[in-house]
Each structure stands twice: as structure tokens, then as C-alpha cells.
Design a protein around this ligand. Structure first.
Ligand code: PEP
Ligand code: MN
Length: 339
């Protein structure tokens, strides 16, 4: 932690701050500048937030942390990228580009089983499908809940694809974990710390979505909640953030991929469906995301988007998805990943 003194702060103020730093269990190291002094507080990183209170002492301008507030998610702790096993023989974060695909919501046995077979044939290795849906309106379809989870399990049995599905409420963690291979945390729950802590105690991979108004640092702090409880299998998912632009549902922050790659060892997944809101824009955003260096994609597919109970306009038809996957293989090759 660095304590920046105000210009013109006198010797007495400096001495008082040094004294307080020592009282808090740290060693002050003063750097004398021409116009102002700064003090480095040296000692145990944990609990350094107590030093923030020095900001209210006379003569202190600001107290600035020098290390990132997240640790387990940071490259300081683990410089190499983490490859996370999400199903037997399938890892995210290595040289394989993992594509998760399926409908926004599970609607019927026929819909989810047919989609599972078709996305698998096109090259997807994980089936997505929502059974608990976090909808903006309480009057919109809220998901089939446990019946939807059972249909996902059936689709897994039929297709052999592992399943990723969202848990919305902490009270449903055990229920969803009974069926899911990967637990999804939706954008609206990115700072539901009670939920994150519970997921941190599970032995299951977590797909953590970035919120629509979450900074990269806040996103990594949310990942830290899961990691600090013991669960190291966290994937980060960029799904678009809210900006002034209305031509797309959200604005896909593609730069989040290289920024996250600089700051964390955790794998990065892109969701171009919620980012754009329009099926016609999804393929180009998939190519761009792979070119930017993501580790995987999660894409919404529906056999008949016009009848979908949620997010039909952004859902690709299975044949559009298959065409996109063929082209994607070429982009993957250029970046050194396999589809
Ligand atoms: C979803 O995956 O269907 C979903 C609701 O996503 P998000 O949380 O990113 O809005
Ligand atoms: Mn959706």
C-alpha cells in the first residue's frame, strides 16, 4: 500500500502517519520527493485494507494499493494459463476451442434432444440450456425448472454431451448440481456473493458471466469469491456490456479477451448471442472472438427460433450453426487452437 502525502504536508503529519502505520503492524518506508512525500507500508498483504483508514489523517492525500485486489485469479499467483477439466477428457483453456451450444431455454424433450444431436454433429462439445431463467419481466417464461433439468439429463444421455445450465437462486444450488456438469452464473448474478460462495464449495466447473455493468476488476473479484472458497475450476464469460448503442442488445467487449488474458490465468469464453441479440451478427462475432484469443464460445441455437419461448431472435438455426462451425475451424487453426 502506498500512502501519498499532500503537497506541503509538514513533518509532524508525516511522523503521525508513520506512527499509525507501525501501530497497525506495518513498516513505513518514506520516499522523499521534491514537492511531496510518499510512504510505502510494508508487511503482510492480507488485511492491508486496514491501512485505507489512513486516508482520513491530516496531511494524507490518498492511499493506493499497489497489488491487485484479487490474488488467486491473478497471474501473479499462476503465470501460466489454467486448463480446466469440464468433463472427462474435455478441458477448457488448453489448445482445444470448446464450443457450447443449445437453446436459451429448455422447452420440450423433442426440442432439447434434437438440438443436442444437431449441435454435436456440427462440432459442439457441450450442450447449453436454461431450466431456471432470470427474466427481466416477471410475466415472461421463467423456465421449466426441475423438469427442464431432467430433460437436459436425458439429452446428455442421448447425445453424450455434458451440460451447462444456470443456477439463479442459492437455494437451488444442490438441485442444479445434481444434474449439471457445469454450473452457469448469469450476468445478473455476477455479484450475488452468497451464490458465488456456495459455488466455491462445489466440486464442479463454473461458467461465470460478466454483468452488463461490471468492470473487469469487479468481474475478477467475483471469480475470486469462488476461487477463495476452494473451487479452482472457474471460466469467465464475456457476454456484452451495456453502452449507449441500441443497434445491438449489448456491446460485445472483445477487448475483454486480451485484457483478461493479461490479468488472469482463467479461461475466457465469449457469448456472442446475448452480446448482439441478433442471429445475423453471431457468426462474425464468433470469428472475431476466436481471432482475439478466446478459449471457447457459448452460442444459442434453436430448431425453430420463431417459436422459442426466450431469445429466439438471437438464436441460430442448427444448419446456420453448422455452417458457422465450418468457417470457425479455419479461424481456430490460425490461432493455434483445434475445434
Ligand atoms: C442465458 O445464458 O440465457 C442468459 C440469461 O445469459 P445472461 O446471464 O448473459 O443474460
Ligand atoms: Mn438467453
Amino acid at each position: 500500500m502506498i500512502i501519498v502525502m499532500q503537497t506541503g504536508a509538514g513533518k509532524e503529519a508525516l511522523a503521525e502517519v508513520k506512527k499509525r502505520i507501525k501501530e497497525l503492524g506495518y513498516k513505513p518506508h518514506v520516499i522523499h520527493g521534491t514537492t511531496r512525500n510518499v510512504i510505502g507500508a510494508i508487511g503482510d498483504e492480507r488485511g492491508k485494507s486496514v491501512l485505507q483508514s489512513l486516508e482520513s489523517m491530516p496531511g494524507v492525500e490518498s492511499v493506493v494499493p499497489i497489488l491487485k485486489p484479487y490474488k488467486l485469479a491473478s497471474k501473479e499467483v499462476r503465470p501460466e494459463p489454467s486448463a480446466i477439466e469440464i468433463a472427462p477428457g474435455l478441458s477448457v483453456g488448453g489448445d482445444k476451442l470448446v464450443v457450447m451450444a443449445g437453446p436459451c431455454s429448455v422447452e420440450s424433450e423433442e426440442q432439447i434432444v434434437e438440438t443436442a444431436h444437431k449441435v454435436k454433429a456440427a462440432g459442439a462439445t457441450v450442450l447449453r440450456g436454461g431450466a431456471f431463467k432470470p427474466r427481466t419481466s416477471p410475466y415472461s417464461f421463467q423456465g421449466m425448472e426441475e423438469d427442464g433439468l431432467k430433460l437436459l439429463a436425458l439429452a446428455r444421455e442421448e447425445s453424450g454431451l455434458p451440460i451447462v445450465t444456470e443456477v439463479v437462486n442459492p437455494r437451488d444450488v444442490d438441485l442444479v448440481a445434481k444434474y449439471a456438469d457445469i454450473m452457469q452464473v448469469g450476468a445478473r448474478n455476477v455479484q450475488n456473493f452468497a451464490l458465488l460462495k456456495m459455488l466455491g464449495q462445489l466440486d464442479k466447473p463454473i461458467l461465470l458471466k460478466r454483468g452488463m455493468a461490471t468492470t473487469i476488476q469487479e468481474f475478477l473479484m467475483s471469480a475470486e469469491y469462488i476461487l477463495s472458497e476452494g473451487n479452482q475450476r472457474v471460466m469467465l464469460c464475456e457476454r456484452g456490456i451495456r453502452t449507449f448503442e441500441t443497434a445491438t442488445r449489448n456491446t460485445l467487449d472483445i477487448s475483454a479477451v486480451p485484457v483478461l488474458k493479461e490479468q488472469t490465468h482463467l479461461p475466457v469464453i465469449i457469448d456472442p448471442s446475448h452480446a448482439t441479440g441478433h442471429a445475423s451478427l453471431v457468426p462474425s462475432m464468433c470469428y472475431a472472438s476466436v481471432a482475439a484469443g478466446c478459449d471457447g464460445l457459448i452460442v444459442e441455437i434453436h430448431p425453430t427460433p420463431e417459436t422459442a419461448t426466450s431469445d429466439g431472435p438471437q438464436s441460430l438455426r442448427p444448419e446456420e450453426f453448422a455452417a458457422m462451425m465450418q468457417k470457425l475451424a479455419e479461424f481456430a487453426k490460425v490461432t493455434g487452437k483445434k475445434l
